[in-house]
Write a protein that binds this ligand. Structure first.
Ligand SMILES: CC(C)(COP(=O)(O)OP(=O)(O)OC[C@H]1O[C@@H](n2cnc3c(N)ncnc32)[C@H](O)[C@@H]1OP(=O)(O)O)[C@@H](O)C(=O)NCCC(=O)NCCS
Length: 181
């Protein structure tokens, strides 16, 4: 059953609730390193933080879902890298899962990203989930991720023709992900 939620950009006072939510949601994920909350804090402190694309979903119990998109890059057509978005993390509290909250967060983030003229989005996630929003294997765009992960989980979505035309090579994640050291 779908649940009515209110989606908005996060506020500083949401941070403790978001941290609790990430802990509870990722405790169920066998691929999790349990450090999503630290990652989110590092992303907030970084230049790659995009406040309009850090979203909370609230129900009557409080913050039930959270999604963050931050700045990333792919090699562009010329010398300039093409700015893209990295979607990570996405989480819904265990008791509120399966009611459309994750989908509503992704839909709102994509709406905002398109409205802002963003070129595309990349993420590491389950194609069974993200396929419904149009995400396809990043390899189909000629993109690789800067870490070892099964190719089928490396996903991308073009929001503009520029992405399909010139996205090639390795996706650059924010330094806050700790991948570039
Ligand atoms: C993944 C997650 C964000 C989905 O949020 P949600 O609010 O439960 O999702 P929705 O209600 O919008 O969608 C539910 C649908 O997604 C499916 N789904 C949920 N997690 C999935 C997964 N990992 N792989 C494939 N499908 C998944 C459900 O089976 C359900 O399918 P249905 O619509 O055919 O019944 C949530 O389950 C979660 O926080 N999980 C733990 C954290 C996590 O794994 N996050 C990383 C996502 S890559």
């Amino acid at each position: 059953m779908k649940q009515a939620v209110s989606i908005r950009s996060e506020r500083p006072e949401d941070a403790p609730e978001v941290a609790r939510l990430l802990k509870a949601a990722f405790a169920q994920d066998p691929h999790s390193d349990g450090r999503e909350s630290e990652l989110v804090e590092a992303l907030r402190r970084s230049d790659d933080y995009l406040p309009r694309l850090a979203l909370t979903a609230e129900n009557e119990a409080g913050v039930a879902g959270f999604l963050m998109m931050t700045r990333g890059f792919v090699p562009g057509e010329g010398a300039e890298a093409l700015p893209i978005l990295i979607l990570a993390p996405l989480a819904v509290t265990p008791e509120a899962q399966g009611r459309g909250i994750g989908s509503a967060l992704v839909a709102e983030a994509l709406l905002r990203a398109r409205a802002a003229g963003e070129a595309g989005v990349a993420l590491l996630g389950d194609p069974g989930y993200y396929g419904r929003f149009g995400f396809e294997p990043a390899a189909d765009f000629g993109l690789r991720f800067p870490f070892d992960a099964p190719e089928r989980y490396c996903l991308a979505l073009a929001l503009s023709p520029a992405f399909g035309r010139c996205a090639r090579g390795v996706v650059k994640f924010s330094d806050a992900f700790g991948l570039n050291s």
